[in-house]
Ligand binder design. Structure first.
Ligand code: CTP
Length: 398
């Protein structure tokens, strides 16, 4: 699907550089041709020979030489591509890009290009979380640079966390979406995510085990397809999606207000694990132990059902409303009943029994139920579920 497209692949100097060799293959598999550019540091990790042999193209290296300049100058090189991909994008390369430095071939090409640029950051978790990297990331997003990843996981340095380069397949498909302009371009989609916290008193609350990982993955997948996403999230542990508007809320009531404020939208995906009840007698001060040993009693009120409210709106109902059904038994029957009761268009059913390890885990096993189909997808990563769902949403909102 990328036949005839040219990708300038800038390989930065990090251990993830070895994955960029696989990335060349992923682009080629899609029909694109790749021109690799290696930074000086990248040559410590992969050889120009391997990158050139895989790409079947001349490799451009940091050593400016007269022959290269005579064959193709850096301006021409930066413009000959349809897309510039930087993978791995090290903290150093991101900093150079954010500050407009042109001190080597890679950074000069990035300054000179008039084509879309996508980066796949990869670095140690502390470097990723560093305030300077965060500032640079914001600047790059503001400059319209497409960001792919990073992922969470074990790193070569032995630490664990955010900073691992996204998988080559994922980078290649995100790059394809940029090149193909994204089927969700021009669509505004709202995604709710995470748990809600319902206060008991100023220091205690009722919550649930949702990590928000599936919601973040869905937002990222929709963004990758070109959607404008508003992400409304309770206090989630998962990383926030990159490249969208994020509204943070605590309670179900606040989540409903944030959703209503965001309407109208083209699509709404309700992935949040909203608390069904709130404490009516929530105290303004910390509830103290009673000397006589009496135990406190909590009374509950039902929270608004955000999904049902939006699904049944007369005005401003989004064209596509998707709910989730977190079930522990009779998953499909319960999910179908939920779809009918709440009047959403689709429901994504999943079994959240503790033995499945789905709630709080990295994988999901879902069935997408629409009025006409019941699509039982095999167990896969939450990112993969998100990409499949985003693809279905793109078809429905065409
Ligand atoms: N939902 C919502 N507002 C609520 C409760 C749920 O928007 N107050 C949404 C969830 O985001 C999800 C769907 O409704 O998309 C189903 O949530 P789930 O927790 O599975 O169902 P419940 O409505 O809580 O129903 P039950 O208690 O019968 O399982």
């Amino acid at each position: 699907m990328l036949h005839g497209r040219k990708i300038l692949l800038i390989i930065g100097g990090g251990i993830a550089a070895y994955k960029s060799l696989e990335l060349i293959r992923c682009f080629q598999k899609r029909g694109a041709s790749v021109v690799p550019v290696l930074t000086k540091a990248a040559e410590e990790f992969v050889t120009p020979l391997s990158a050139g042999a895989l790409a079947g193209n001349k490799v451009y290296r940091d050593l400016f030489n007269l022959t290269d300049e005579a064959e193709m100058g850096h301006i021409e090189l930066s413009r000959a591509a349809d897309l510039v991909v930087v993978a791995p994008a090290t903290a150093d390369l991101m900093a150079k890009m954010a500050h407009g430095l042109a001190t080597d071939l890679a950074s000069t090409l990035l300054m000179a290009t008039d084509k879309p640029v996508m980066i796949a950051p990869a670095m140690n978790v502390k470097m990723w979380e560093h305030a300077a990297t965060k500032r640079n990331l914001e600047t790059l997003k503001h400059d319209g640079i497409h960001i792919c990843g990073p992922d969470e996981g074990g790193m070569a340095c032995g630490e664990f966390g955010m900073g691992r380069m996204a998988e080559p397949e994922f980078i290649a498909s995100a790059a394809s979406d940029v090149l193909l302009n994204g089927p969700l371009k021009g669509k505004h989609i709202l995604v709710t995510s995470g748990p809600t916290h319902e206060p008991i008193d100023p220091v205690r609350y009722i919550a649930n085990r949702s990590s928000g990982a599936q919601g973040s993955a869905i937002a990222n997948a929709l963004i990758a397809l070109g959607a404008r996403v508003t992400f409304i999230t309770g206090p989630a542990r998962a990383d926030m999606p990159i490249g969208c508007v994020i509204e943070r809320v605590q309670t179900a009531g606040e989540m409903l207000k944030a959703v209503e404020k965001t309407l109208p939208v083209d699509g709404a995906i309700f992935a949040a694990a909203v608390a069904d009840w709130r404490v009516t007698s929530a105290s303004d001060s910390k509830i103290k132990k009673n000397k006589s040993g009496d135990l406190p009693t909590l009374s509950f009120a039902e929270n608004p059902d955000i999904l049902a409210t939006v699904s049944q709106m007369k005005k401003q109902r989004p064209k596509l409303v998707v709910g989730f059904a977190a079930e522990t038994n009779d998953v499909i029957d319960n999910a179908k009943a939920k779809l009918a009761r709440k009047k959403c268009d689709w429901i994504v059913a999943n079994d959240v029994s503790p033995e499945t390890g789905i709630m709080g885990g990295a994988e999901n096993d879902v069935t997408l139920i629409t009025p006409t189909d019941t699509l039982d997808w095999p167990r896969m990563s939450k990112d993969a579920v998100a990409q499949k769902l985003a693809a279905e949403i793109a078809k429905a909102l065409k």
